[in-house]
Design a protein around this ligand. Structure first.
Ligand SMILES: Cc1cc2nc3c(=O)[nH]c(=O)nc-3n(C[C@H](O)[C@H](O)[C@H](O)COP(=O)(O)OP(=O)(O)OC[C@H]3O[C@@H](n4cnc5c(N)ncnc54)[C@H](O)[C@@H]3O)c2cc1C
Length: 415
């Protein structure tokens, strides 16, 4: 007899594990869920934090208010809080131009505009909670290498294993270069930005006071997100520096002193002297969009569905709103007696999330293009747009609502 599950999640990155937690929380206990992840997910060790997960790399993520609400509902927020640095303000500026603006949480009666977490701590917290609930079966290290529609669901092949696994619904969450999406013949649209993101943690002399910096330069946007200190008295931040590929390659391997000097020139002295840089990583950037997200028995999720430019810190926050909505729709459908892979039910999910996806993707795609344009007239418009944020409260509010992810939820961020 082959193994059989109502729902199988392929991929246990930040999206796959969040999906597992969400489904475990909202679906009836008799709905069986399996999570399959290619890298080893550490087993729970009493009294010890789980070891780092390879998919949760050196990056940090700015979580929006909408993500906070979702993690509160999943009951992971309280545990996560100890690893979060609240963003109290965002300073937006443009190198070599006069425009700049400061967006403050307090102006909107919010306690924070977002929260920065190191991916490894987010991963550890999610994994710990998943083990604690014991609601979802985990197979790792294991890889789903084949998916064939069978009856109302999908028959799954795991690498080096037989027999196949029968799934009523397959959730494809195996990342931007999804092998399963290709296997299923789902086309993708890819728009390369001809830019790489250089990511590293940096230490500096002055306190960041919870301020996130977004600086637009002629080479691309540069962001420094505030981080909690790793040691007492330390001031550090997460750098995401978007650069032409050749520059990124050079700066990711040059000596630390040269790197810090170049960054100081581009970023200025807002955080005082730059003192130290940690391990540097490079990511080629493209807008990747799956041409289909739902089929009978299949939903494509997370980066496999849409991978965005990181400038506005929206990719994971959007994916988490998809996760929450899919959980709601599946719980409703199962309550109505529908199988989880029912096409009509999955299309209901897509209809509900489509406006949010379209709005968020368009915003993430437009911002870097606007701020990199060589046309001086456009440059002037951009300066006005930046300083205009201060003069036009409506525009500024819209920018802040995007940053908080609340234009999508209509929620009120005052917690
Ligand atoms: C530089 C940078 C900064 C960013 N900053 C932010 C931010 O501040 N805020 C924000 O919202 N977003 C941000 N993002 C976006 C965010 O990182 C992504 O949205 C998120 O990582 C997507 O996670 P995922 O789980 O879909 O994919 P992945 O992280 O790629 O995970 C895929 C998982 O699937 C597993 N897998 C692959 N194939 C298989 C298989 N066949 N079987 C089983 N398992 C498999 C892999 O091992 C992996 O664990 C940033 C992105 C970048 C590049």
């Amino acid at each position: 007899m082959p193994d059989s599950f109502d729902i199988v999640i392929a991929g246990g990155g930040m999206v796959g594990i969040s999906l597992a937690l969400q489904l475990g929380a909202v679906l009836p206990p008799e709905t069986s869920v399996l999570l399959v992840e290619g890298f080893p997910i550490p087993a729970p060790t009493p009294g010890q934090a789980p070891d780092y997960h390879p998919a949760f790399d050196a990056r940090s993520t700015a979580l929006s208010y909408s993500s906070r609400l979702i993690y509160e509902q999943m009951q992971v927020w309280d545990d996560l809080c100890q690893w979060l640095c609240p963003i109290e303000s965002i300073h937006v500026s443009s190198r070599g131009r006069f425009g700049s603006t400061l967006l403050r949480a307090s102006e909107h009666n919010w306690s924070a505009l977002g929260y920065v977490v190191e991916n490894s701590w987010l991963g550890n917290t999610l994994i710990r909670q998943l083990h604690a609930t014991g609601r979802v079966e985990i197979r790792s290290p294991a890889k789903v290498v084949g998916a064939t529609p069978r009856g109302a669901g999908v028959s799954l092949q795991l690498e080096g294993e037989s027999p196949e696994i029968a799934a009523g619904l397959l959730l494809v969450a195996d990342g931007a270069s999804s092998g399963l999406r290709d296997y299923l013949g789902v086309a993708v649209q890819e728009k390369p930005y001809q830019q790489h993101a250089l990511v590293a943690n940096i230490a500096f002399a002055e306190p960041h006071r919870g301020c996130a910096y977004e600086r637009f330069t002629d080479e691309g946007p540069l962001a420094v997100l505030p981080l909690l200190p790793a040691r007492a008295g330390e001031q550090r931040g997460a750098l995401v520096w978007t650069l032409p590929p050749e520059r990124a390659r050079h700066l990711s391997s040059c000596p630390d002193e040269e790197f810090l000097q170049t960054l100081q020139q581009r970023f200025g002295y807002r955080l005082g002297r730059l003192l130290q840089v940690g391990e540097r990583h490079e990511y080629p950037l493209s807008l990747v969009q799956s041409s289909e997200q739902v089929r009978q028995g299949v939903v494509v999720m997370g980066n496999a569905a849409h991978a965005l430019h990181p400038v506005a810190g929206q990719g994971f926050n959007l994916a988490l709103r998809d996760v929450a909505e899919l959980g709601r729709v599946l719980a409703q459908g199962i309550g109505e007696g529908l199988p989880p892979g029912d096409l009509g039910l999955l299309q209901r999910y897509q209809r509900r999330q489509q406006p949010d996806q379209e709005r968020t993707i368009a915003f993430s795609d437009r911002v870097p293009a606007l701020f990199m344009h060589a046309d001086p007239l456009l440059g002037m418009g951009r300066d006005l747009a930046l300083s205009g944020l201060d003069f036009l409260p409506g525009l500024k509010r819209e920018f802040v609502r995007h940053a908080a992810g609340v234009s999508a939820t209509g929620g009120q961020a005052n917690g």
